[in-house]
Ligand binder design. Structure first.
Ligand SMILES: [Zn+2]
Length: 245
């Protein structure tokens, strides 16, 4: 399978939950509020034998009236209309920013099937801002292209999904299996390489302890079964095998 990380840049985020662009060359963390986290925002395209998959949709920022995500996909030599499936780990604004386009009524990938956990969608509308931007999500509600998921299962015989209730109550993770290869996308349950290697319970998680324990289990199993881990928020390492990381 071919993995294409689609970086939207580096950002810091603090209690305000605003993503502030961070220039790795010229900015310093000292200038940011105490407790700020430095993160990459990085959706992925996975080219498989059957599909062109998009994993999460980034912040949804636009440049010159164009969706940055569309531009990044085209820069990778792929037409956004070629995307067949959009897999959404959860609907926080930095992961689901570009599900729609323009004033939020149309899907950004009308030719794709979107895979969304139904309880995550309801939860987003209960909670709302600042973690969720419901105006951007409302285009999913009546769209025929949305395949609503409820719990755990398998898509097309080769993509397994599982609700973790760790980073957020209805967050899901994915395993994509083809031939002898296994890709693991843990979204915000497994956002960065360093969190896989060190025991770390994050305050910003819904269940930080569970997320930490899952990461340890995945890292162990992943090294036994030779998974490739995809890290949505890692500045340096978009993807790695457990033994190399
Ligand atoms: Zn999140």
């Amino acid at each position: 399978m071919r993995i294409i990380p689609l970086s939207e840049g580096s950002f810091t985020i603090d209690k305000t939950k605003l993503f502030v662009p961070y220039d790795l060359q010229n900015d310093t963390m000292k200038e940011r509020t105490a407790g700020s986290l430095l993160v990459e925002i990085q959706p992925f395209i996975i080219v498989t034998a059957k599909d062109i998959l998009l994993l999460d949709t980034g912040l949804g920022f636009e440049k010159d009236g164009k969706l940055q995500l569309h531009k990044n996909i085209m820069d990778a030599g792929i037409n956004p209309a070629e995307i067949t499936k959009v897999l959404l780990s959860h609907l926080h604004k930095d992961h689901a920013g570009a599900v729609g386009i323009g004033n939020g009524t149309d899907l950004a990938f009308p030719d794709a099937t979107y895979y969304v956990q139904r309880p995550e969608f309801s939860f987003a509308f209960e909670k709302g801002f600042p973690s969720y931007i419901t105006d951007e999500l409302s285009c999913l509600k009546e769209a025929k292209q949305v395949h609503w998921l409820d719990g755990n299962g398998t898509i097309d015989g080769y993509i397994d999904y599982e609700i973790t209730a760790a980073h957020s109550p209805f967050h899901q993770v994915f395993w994509i299996r083809e031939d002898h290869e296994i890709l693991f996308f843990g979204g915000d349950d497994a956002p960065q390489l360093q969190q896989m290697k060190h025991r770390f319970a994050a305050k910003y998680d819904y269940d930080g302890k569970k997320a930490m324990e899952l990461r340890q289990q995945w890292w162990k199993k992943g090294s036994e079964e030779n998974w490739t881990f995809l890290f949505y928020h890692d500045i340096k390492t978009p993807h790695t095998k457990a033994d190399k990381g």
